[in-house]
Design a binder for this molecule. Structure first.
Ligand SMILES: Nc1ncnc2c1ncn2[C@@H]1O[C@H](COP(=O)(O)OP(=O)(O)OP(=O)(O)O)[C@@H](O)[C@H]1O
Ligand SMILES: [Mg+2]
Length: 352
């Protein structure tokens, strides 16, 4: 969906913020940018939205150079949650959310309906909050309105620059879950910036770790943990809580070849390994094995800790378990990857 090819950005004062950046964000992907302060994350976001221009290189959106888009055409199709939340202070919550739909000249009833729908989506009762001004909201509520505003006109791409930074850990975790669920439901492409490795690993389909204006490693969370490209990545990953307390959704394989859609079963039989089947809306249907669908099978919940998960593997004697978020199948966790991770964490500790 978005492709950066040898993109560099040098600001007017000579600061080299980005040095030949290459990456691709796939359609429907949750792509996380992470790295130390000043490594160029916000600069990358601003380039996608054309708030600033690259010094060198090429940026494509769905195969088209972004300069060939009308600036409005581009911006209206990108929802942007800024690092510093900037609601219009004299406008109500509803008016703030409706900015892009108004520009797109949606009719009033449609806008009204959309605003209420979005407020509900971000967990704010419309009748209570619709007519308040930003000053009458808490910081966290303002951030939620910022998220609602970014989603308002149903953009194809959503850029979120540390959207949850001002939130307490509990609201933060709730909003993380919400945004992840939303992204899965509405299948939007999201580019999400954070400093926080736990957040990156919990949310990202892939995580891009940056340092000094360059990409250090781009990989799925599990790969980043099990196969860090160098000492910097290891250190960045290492700044996390105990491996035993790591949640299953960090270690699971989100794109497992053992996951299949219901319709695929005909084509994928005869293998030794089971398949985990999903139906409409990613709903988990059961384990397909030897030509039969077993519905009542052991599962893991996405927020289970590895310590507990290991117990489930032991009791059930399964090598792989499906990971569910509610009724949805979100990944597969293998016993091997937990063991590998724990061994590695152990070795890390012994070495330090
Ligand atoms: N307008 C500007 N003029 C000059 N230098 C700038 C400008 N904006 C950003 N920079 C510099 O470019 C580098 C990258 O900045 P950027 O805002 O992209 O970092 P970041 O990764 O988003 O950091 P943070 O995590 O602190 O938000 C920094 O060294 C910053 O000081
Ligand atoms: Mg930034």
């Amino acid at each position: 969906m978005i492709t950066f090819t040898s993109v560099s950005k040098t600001y007017e004062d000579g600061t080299e913020a980005l040095k030949s950046l290459d990456f691709e964000v796939k359609e429907g992907e949750f792509f996380v940018l992470i790295g130390p302060s000043g490594c160029g994350k916000t600069t990358t976001m601003k380039l996608i939205n054309r708030l600033i221009e690259p010094t060198e290189g090429e940026i494509l959106c769905r195969g088209r150079e972004i300069h060939t888009f009308q600036i409005h055409e581009l911006r209206w199709n990108i929802g942007y949650v800024l690092q510093q939340i900037a609601l219009f202070p004299h406008m109500s919550v509803a008016e703030n959310i409706a900015v892009v739909p108004e520009m797109k000249k949606w009719d009033k009833p449609r806008i009204h309906k959309r605003v209420d729908e979005l407020l509900e989506m971000v967990g704010m009762e419309p009748s209570t909050y619709r007519n308040r001004t930003p000053a009458e909201l808490s910081g966290g509520q303002q951030q939620r309105v910022g998220v609602a505003r970014a989603l308002a006109a149903d953009p194809d791409l959503i850029l979120m620059d540390e959207p949850f930074s001002a939130l307490d850990p509990i609201s933060r975790e709730r909003l993380q879950q919400d945004i992840r669920r939303l992204q899965r439901e509405i299948r939007k492409t999201v580019v999400f910036v954070t400093h926080d490795m736990d957040e990156a690993l919990a949310l990202g389909d892939r995580v891009c770790l940056m340092k000094d204006g360059r990409v250090v490693q781009i990989d799925a969370p599990q790969e980043l943990i099990l196969h860090p490209a160098n000492a910097f990545v290891k250190k960045f990953i290492g700044d996390r809580k105990s491996p035993w307390m790591t949640a299953v959704d960090v270690m699971m394989d989100r794109h497992s070849r053992l996951v299949a859609d219901e319709a695929e079963t005909g084509r994928r039989t005869g293998g030794e390994e089971p398949l985990f089947l999903r139906g409409e809306g990613n709903r988990f249907l059961g384990r397909w094995e030897g030509g039969t669908l077993h519905r009542d099978v052991p599962i893991l919940s996405h927020d289970t800790r590895l310590r507990e998960a290991l117990g489930v593997f032991r009791e059930t004697e399964c090598d792989q378990l499906p990971v569910l978020h509610g009724k949805e199948l979100v990944g597969v966790l293998s016993w091997r990857s937990i063991v590998e991770y724990l061994e590695q964490a152990d070795a890390g500790e012994a070495g330090s």
